[in-house]
Design a protein around this ligand. Structure first.
Ligand code: GDP
Ligand code: IMO
Ligand code: MG
Length: 436
């Protein structure tokens, strides 16, 4: 199997978790390379590893759901190792919680490997994010992602490898806390954090995963040399990429294909299958321009039908129509070799469905997506209106079973983008897929 990347093609929450879970059933490794607990990847599966005699098999049972935040979704499978690569920022408290929850669901320890060079997100990061006001200005997930990546860029961050040298860990933590205590001398929550206690607590927590801290760059490149099957799981979406997204309303990591090079140490040319995951419409959580947002009853209807509430924070997602201008851009910067289209079932019941094919900006027609915020927020979408359908799609199991209008909707997207749509998803479960 070719090394495969699964990347968000919009503003996140496209259904990457579901797709990664499906594709990594036979994978040797499933790798997260960016972000932290800001990600929320929901998987609904009726096939959980269960002990049958001496073997562990994935057998059908009643549907169960799991929300992944740090661990790659492939780690739910018995034979797939989840790799948390160095491009991530890892909250050790959340990691232990997620490992415990996953162990409970699987009935056994998930296999994971953690990069020694991954940075830690520690309790002062969310406090600083709140104090600085970036949480409210951008409407972030409030997990402390920006401050953790900033510490990394400023070269004062603490890494997983520091846990292997307790005395050095304590010294580095003391220095960074001293620095932040000086910057915010009057903040009780921050002042309460003391290096010795925090170091002890984190070291104690890390006992359950310290032996999984390894050189994941070597691990992954060796695996690829041995023709192992590796799936890379993007977090967030291309339009939230720090460099290529709708700055400043973005996250602080690389959510596009280049993030695999910088965040996992695997050269992107080793990845021959690059899957863009796109919803059949568009959503966005948090502030920032969103040209096709439906600020009317259609938006509310999409939110209700699509259950568009954040997997991580529960915030209502902003909803709107599919934006081909944006998708053309994210396909270009990622080099998608195929697309998977999710949540087509949610569009049932609309009389007609608008799709944006270009923007109008001060009287000019734009086909290229402007990433300058000041321009993007003044763009108005130019819509093509496609006929809707009334039939529910969630029981369809073959593309030919879709109503003609739904088939046409998929084909128009494919033709406009010039990229094949290899799978259409019609429900959250890992069985609701139309492969093409
Ligand atoms: P991710 O962050 O890209 O992994 O996406 P999330 O898990 O945050 O959000 C996608 C939501 O849509 C989850 O609740 C999924 O269970 C759900 N979902 C995925 N695919 C489909 C689909 O085809 N139809 C419907 N109705 N729900 C889906
Ligand atoms: P998944 O992997 C949707 C958004 C936040 C905010 C901005 C910055 O589930 O698709 P941050 O906390 O990262 O500093 O917030 O990015 N955001 C996401 N939106 N899905 C995500 O992840 C997101 N991760 C961050 O809402 O607008
Ligand atoms: Mg999500």
């Amino acid at each position: 199997m070719p090394a495969t990347a699964v990347l968000g093609a919009q503003w996140g929450d496209e259904g990457k978790g579901k797709i990664v879970h499906l594709l990594s059933r036979d994978a040797d490794y499933c790798v997260r390379f960016n972000g932290g607990t800001n990600a929320g990847h929901r998987v609904v599966t009726s096939r959980v590893p269960v002990l049958v005699g001496a073997d562990r098999n994935e057998i059908p049972g009643k549907p169960q759901e799991f929300k992944f935040h740090l661990i790659p979704a492939g780690a739910l499978h018995e034979n797939c190792t989840g790799v948390l690569a160095h491009g991530m920022v890892i909250d050790p408290y959340a990691l232990v919680q997620e490992l415990n929850a996953l162990r409970e669901l699987r009935g056994s320890d998930p296999q994971i490997s953690i990069s020694a060079n991954a940075h830690m997100l520690l309790p002062y990061h969310p406090i600083i994010e709140r104090l600085e006001g970036s949480q409210s200005a951008l409407d972030t997930t409030a997990k402390g992602i920006g401050p953790a990546y900033r510490d990394k860029a400023a070269r004062i961050g603490l890494r997983m490898s520091d846990l292997l040298f307790p005395q050095r860990f304590f010294e580095k933590l003391s220095a960074i806390l001293e620095r932040y205590h000086k910057i915010w001398p009057d903040h009780p929550e921050l002042q309460r954090l003391q290096a010795s206690e925090l170091a002890q607590e984190v070291l104690r927590l890390s006992e359950s995963f310290r032996d999984r801290i390894v050189d994941t760059v070597r691990l992954l490149n060796d695996a690829l040399d041995q023709d192992k099957y590796v799936v890379f799981e993007g977090a967030q979406g291309a339009l939230l990429d720090l460099d290529l997204g709708t700055y400043p309303y973005v996250t602080s990591s690389t959510a596009t294909i280049g993030g695999i090079g910088s965040g996992a140490g695997v050269p992107p040319q080793r990845i021959s299958r690059v899957i863009g995951v796109a919803k059949a419409y568009t959503t966005r959580v948090g502030h920032g321009p969103f040209p096709t947002e439906a600020i009317d009853s259609n938006g509310e209807r999409l939110r209700a039908q699509g259950q568009e509430f954040g997997t991580t924070t529960g915030r209502p997602r902003r909803c709107g129509w599919l934006d081909l201008v944006a998708l053309r851009y994210t396909a270009m910067i990622n080099g998608f070799t195929e697309l998977m289209l999710t949540k087509l079932d949610v569009l049932t019941g609309f009389k007609e469905i608008p799709i944006a094919t270009s923007y109008r900006y001060h009287g000019r027609v734009l086909y290229d997506f402007p990433t300058v915020c000041e321009i993007l927020q003044e763009c108005e979408p130019v819509y093509e209106r496609l006929p809707g359908w009334q039939e529910p799609l969630s029981d369809c199991r073959d593309f030919s079973e879709l109503p003609k209008a739904a088939q046409q909707y998929v084909r128009v997207i494919e033709d406009e983008l010039g990229i094949p749509i290899s799978m259409v998803s019609v429900g959250p479960s890992d069985e609701q897929n139309l492969w093409r």
